[in-house]
Design a protein around this ligand. Sequence first.
Ligand SMILES: [Zn+2]
Ligand SMILES: [Zn+2]
Length: 299
Amino acid sequence: MLPYASMEEAASALGRNLTMAETLWYKYSADKSDYFLYCHNILFLFVIFSVVPLPMVFIELMRSNNFDQYKIQPKVRMSLSDMFRCYKDVMGMFFFIVGPLQLVSYPSIKMIGIRAGLPLPSGWEIFLQLLVYFLVEDYTNYWIHRFLHNKWGYEKIHRVHHEYSAPIAFAAPYAHWAEILILGIPSFLGPAIVPGHIITFWLWIALRQIEAIETHSGYDFPWMPTKYIPFYGGAEYHDYHHYVGGQSQSNFASVFTYCDYVYGTDKGYRYQKKFLSKMKEESRSGEQNGGFYQDLKSE
Ligand SMILES: [Zn+2]
Ligand SMILES: [Zn+2]
């Protein structure tokens, strides 16, 4: 809820005219409570999770050579009902865990100082805050994920996320309810350290979810814009973690590659990558692309 009776009052409080974005924000948010604005996140989560994976569903069902050449584990194919089952399970998790968690976590959002008023943050401010959120999330998630790969953590909790040894887009948030709760911490930590505007917070939750969907898509497209982000892991990187499964001591990071590099947990992946590129070079005589892993299952 904005504390101004009119746009003129808002402009005089700011000491300047409202920008176009601020005018739009004023019109949209002036009569809405901050709590209601915060709850938009739930709608965004449902919409993004339902819409963003759809192209991957079509690609998986089409089985066209144009796309299949980029499938990371070509021997594993999913039917529509397989994918729908995953979607349904995750939707249930959203409805019973993530949604209620969002509804009750509003006081913490207020406490850390997420604001919904004017002025709006600049593009640079949004960009830098998002960068901090991604770095903080990546680092914290790395250690929690690594911890979940101990015997107890894996068997009791993390095993569920690894049910997909060849992940699909819908399987990005497919996990035990306890894992969903635990991994909420890294997502909140960045905004708690560098609190910003509610729009930045919406963007953060949306981009983090889209990133996880791409990472679990099962396809490594060379034209993805994320290929230009330095140290970005991407689909092939995280796919290897799922492929190796429970014993995996490789590729724990959720977004970037540097944590695994620094802490020495990408050795298996790098060995595999080097080995396969050598094999590919040797057998580049028109043979069919056997995918990233072929028949190897060693780290
Ligand atoms: Zn794992
Ligand atoms: Zn995963």
